[in-house]
Design a protein around this ligand. Structure first.
Ligand code: FA5
Ligand code: MG
Length: 421
């Protein structure tokens, strides 16, 4: 992958982020639309669905430390290197992540804080924060979302293992009484191995504890809320094998939602190298990172991820502190498609995420999704996108949509040197 686009918007020598000036350089790609989201911290706004969900998760683990005030500006070292990401991992590229400059970025996941929290001496903790990724635009993706990171460590001696065994028995008994159906075919295997430095029995007990703890969280989150849901199929949850550079074995959990498997979290047995970096000795444990929006969309029946950012009273007034309730859609406003097709200049280094960011920067949350209906790879140099403009809160006039689209097209020409077809 390349480190930066060859054609890109020009930045002034420094930019203001929440009242502080930061120098820009050749990798700077953060946009005003993204900067404006940083101070909002939806996960701490009283009665907001994301904040309610955070509280619910925290109350599931009352004896864990509950952390939620870490700054999203981190070094690439914290976001990647400390967690054993290889130097050429695609997540590092400017097409996937937001950079203020080469030494400072917006965290792409809450795992960026694992080492510092372990270094503080915490061994049972939850950390909630806003995270940022350059990504596609649709109903379940947004460039800013929220994660809860959770972790638990055990002493890797006989006292610790006795405790772990007791915890596993207690959780097994609790889950046996529930009637949630969980498919689990993700076992420790050759492709999802126990770490060399781990005792296999200990590592499997930790993995078992991780699954039991998260299944019981899922039961807390979805069990009750679904009982009254009329005409709905039973909740289906499945565990699948995964890969993360900082855990092994690793797993992902998916929930069946609107006809599709929706991934809600990633997790695994913490790599010993991470604990070494944090100065933690003689401990073994697990960590997970879950996406709050995906779960809140299911629990509250919120149909579109953009709604979380709405300041419309018809949205905000529906929620009460500490309560999960069913969202009632205010009428869905008509959407308006506009197509744009263009030729790319040679070696433009253009990436679809550049286009999404540009549209998001011009149209803000008035863009519902973007379809590439001639796939970039099928026709060299020629791209065609359909932008679906739609407000969550009101009807857009045709003039307004035309104005926005005109700005998109002209910025596309100016900033990427494309030739409109
Ligand atoms: C991670 O971010 C890992 N840090 C998780 C982890 C933590 C693994 C600790 C092991 C140990 P992933 O990229 O899969 O993994 O994201 C985790 C969750 O964030 C996803 O399951 C999903 O629920 C949510 N998520 C990811 N991308 C988006 C997005 N663009 N919009 C909304 N939610 C997202
Ligand atoms: Mg994933």
């Amino acid at each position: 992958h390349r480190l930066y686009s060859t054609v890109k918007p020009k930045y002034p020598p420094s930019i203001d982020i929440c009242g502080t000036q930061y120098p820009t350089d050749e990798v700077t790609n953060i946009t005003p639309a993204i900067i404006s989201k940083i101070p909002i911290r939806l996960h701490t706004q009283p009665a907001h669905p994301l904040s309610n969900l955070r509280s619910l998760i925290e109350s599931h683990w009352p004896d864990f430390a509950h952390l939620s005030s870490f700054s999203p500006l981190v070094t690439p070292f914290k976001n990647f290197d400390e967690l054993s990401f290889p130097k050429d991992h695609p997540g590092r590229s400017v097409t996937d992540s937001y950079y203020i400059n080469k030494d400072l970025m917006l965290r792409t996941h809450t795992s960026a804080h694992e080492v510092e929290v372990f270094r503080e001496g915490q061994s049972k903790w939850l950390l909630t924060a806003d995270v940022y990724r350059r990504d596609e635009i649709d109903a379940s993706h947004y460039p800013v979302f929220h994660q809860v990171e959770g972790a638990k460590l055990y002493e890797s001696n006989s006292t610790g293992m006795k405790q772990l065994e007791q915890d596993n028995l207690r959780l097994e008994q609790y889950l046996a009484k529930s009637n949630i159906v969980i498919e689990d075919v993700a076992n420790v295997s050759e492709t999802n191995p126990v770490q060399e430095r781990h005792d296999a029995v200990q590592a499997e007990m930790v993995a078992r504890n991780l699954k039991l703890e998260l299944n019981s969280l899922i039961l807390t989150l979805f069990g009750g809320a679904r009982e009254g849901a009329e005409g709905e199929e039973p909740l289906r949850v499945r565990w699948i094998e995964a890969y993360f550079p900082f855990t092994s074995p690793s797993f992902e959990v998916e929930v069946f939602f609107r006809g599709k498997w929706l991934e809600i979290l990633g997790c695994g047995v913490i790599r010993q190298a991470t604990l070494d970096t944090a100065g933690v000795q003689n401990k073994i444990g697990w960590a997970f990172g879950l996406g709050l929006e995906r779960i809140a969309m299911i629990l509250y029946s919120i149909p579109d991820i953009r709604l979380f950012w709405s300041t419309d009273p018809r949205f905000l007034s529906q929620f009460k502190e500490g309560e999960i309730s069913t969202f009632k859609s205010y009428s869905k406003y008509p959407s308006c498609f506009k197509d744009v097709s263009f030729w790319l200049p040679e070696n433009s280094g253009f990436h679809e995420n550049d286009f999404c960011d540009l549209v998001r920067d011009v149209a803000g949350d008035l863009v519902e999704d973007i379809d590439a209906f001639v796939h970039p790879k099928t026709k060299r140099g020629s791209l065609c996108y359909r932008i679906n403009y739609c407000s969550m809160d009101r009807s857009l006039s045709n003039e307004e949509t035309n104005e926005i689209h005109k700005t998109v097209v002209s910025r596309l020409t100016n900033e990427f040197g494309v030739e409109i077809r």
